[in-house]
Design a protein around this ligand. Sequence first.
Ligand code: GLN
Ligand code: ZN
Length: 769
Amino acid sequence: MTSTTPFPTGTILGYPRIGRRRELKKAVEAFWAGKISVDELEATAAELRAATRERLVSLGLGRSDSSIPESFSYYDQVLDAAVTVGAVPTRFERLVGADGSVDLAGYFTIARGEGQDTPAEMTKWFDSNYHYLVPEIGPETVFRFASDRLVREVAEATASGYRTRPVIVGPVTFLLLSKPSVGAPDGYQPLDRLDDLLPVYAELLAALTAVGAEWVQLDEPALVSESIDSPRDAVLSATTRAYEALGAAAVRPSIFVAAPYASLDDALPVLAATPVEAIGLDLVKGDLPSGFTTDKVLVGGVVDGHNVWRGDLAAAFSSLESLRGLSPAVAVSTSTSLFHVPHDVDDEPLLEDWLKSWLAFADQKVAQVATLAKGLTEGKAAIQAELDAATDALAARHSAAGVRDGAVRERAASLTAADFSRGDYAARLAAQEEALHLPFLPTTTIGSFPQTGDIRKTRAALVRGDISAEEYTEAMRAEIRRVVELQEQIGLDVIVHGEPERNDMVQYFAENLDGFAVTQNGWVQSYGSRCTRPSILWGDVSRPAPITVEWSTYTQSLTDKPVKGMLTGPVTILAWSFVRDDQPLRDTANQVALALRDEIEDLEAAGIGIIQVDEPALRELLPLKKKDHEDYLDWSVGSFRLATAGVEDRTQIHTHLCYSEFGVVIDAINRLDADVTSIEAARSKMEVVPDIKRSGFGRGIGPGVYDIHSPRVPSIEEVSELIDIALGSIPERQVWVNPDCGLKTRGYDETVQSLSNVLAATRAAREKA
Ligand code: GLN
Ligand code: ZN
């Protein structure tokens, strides 16, 4: 028996769960700190859910038509699915009760680790800056319906007079995002367990029906991605098996499969051939399907859930009208969950009105959905005024001062191939050796030193106006002096200033470049209780004045050793901001690159001989479809080269990337043409080294020898072992010695001990050579 209630005409795929004032973050962290009880935490969460439902109704969703998604999470939606089906890693077995459930404290323990038990691995969610927890599935995993949290939330909604639509990661995506548990046999894939998992989902669907759910949303973004390890055939046949089985369940709500982040492509007809009742298409990132018709409800994701623009509402409505050519039943939705965007533009008193009129955060997007839904039911004329208002705002945006800056555009238009390339590497290397006199196995760090409470307090005091700019500068200089002295004592060869003046590696540059705005309350969840406040890149980008030059030259004045200037690269600045949607990313990236190029040339002219341009997000923006990879690599690598190619041969360009799947991006790293690249490697015990060797990579490379993700101090022997692995495979003149990443989240004691051990191991290796 399935419900026959129609799909709501307008809905959203999910809503921010952290709270307008980050109430959930604060409550969860207070619970971790032992300051509030589990009951108090649950009460805060229930209040947030109640406030969300009420808010969504006031913005135009229906109270009882299943249009409100029940999409809360205490930490992560993938972890939620894992505990729902009883998939707890074996090292956390002690947390599991007789019925397979884990309590809230146990749930957080899986996410955060405990003692020797490392937390579930974290990785990026599709092409976003959100991180999910990777489930570990092996032949030993016993699936069972172990947590009824989602069921209780639906019951809570029903009891307070709502009929909401529960949301959970679908079974195919759940398994595709999982990794085999430790000890799983070779060739084993979590997807092998699909048939064991499906009955648990069926049980969940029955339980949701029992508490009043008429529709359920199963999120299947893995179906749109080509960056999934499993062969496409296996993915498609799993889709068929999963939805044939769930469709055949005796008691279930109607099933809505949502596929955000790109086109479903060949998965669309496959899904449409199963008994599911509705399919969600991302029509912002993905294309309108062609040559396909269906009698399923097609839910057009035409309101961008992943960016903050008010956008072209009339065009969105036209897409929905086109969708009507494919199915008699069309509804409107956001392209993705709204948890990628902040809550409310009206909550930004410091943003200029003109900018606000171009923006839509979660609440404004819900209202847009409600408008488009009204258009679908009552006809276009009924919403013409709203469509026109959006069109007018778009036109105003197009012609507004700063959106197009003649000088910036002229400069970008006159670029030639020469602007994107440096001279021959051999000549550069010779010039750099002569200029820098670095020892064999040069040592350095990735840039930041511990951001102490004092540093943060000083910054907050500046923002409040309690101290003057001069006082702030002096406080940061004192920190720089301390960090330089420390590095000299430890014996590092290439000195950094420690980045104390930066609140965040992207926001700092956004605040100092034209074309960006920063928000006050625009927090979005990055992972767990961690939030970031992405800047809004709305106009043509230029650099009104040098940004880092004084900090770097001050640092150089304190030491005879070379100081490394430190910048964030164009791709990372784009990836961690909300980026304008009215021109290709390539053009925006080149503008940022030109601003950085000026900064780099100024650093060089001021006597800074080594400049690092960090690109930790290079991998993250890699498109989900393979056909888009080459274009992406071309513009992303191109913007890095444009930023860095203006320097003399003698100036050494470094870059830093934060991950160890070197194999995936080796081609990109090669094309960046940096003189030295540092990457994460310690955590994986130099797993990347064979890839580096195989690739024949010929420039400087610093595979990390110190895992900075935990306070643990690596021993001299441990570091020596890692250095030996690197030297065993990579020509020794190429090898640099450095930590995995920046030290800003570490404490001073462990940092000093760890770096001292790194230096001791390096000296030993130099003596052996
Ligand atoms: N230079 C930055 C730091 O050291 C790099 C951070 C990163 O790669 N995410 O903190
Ligand atoms: Zn890093």
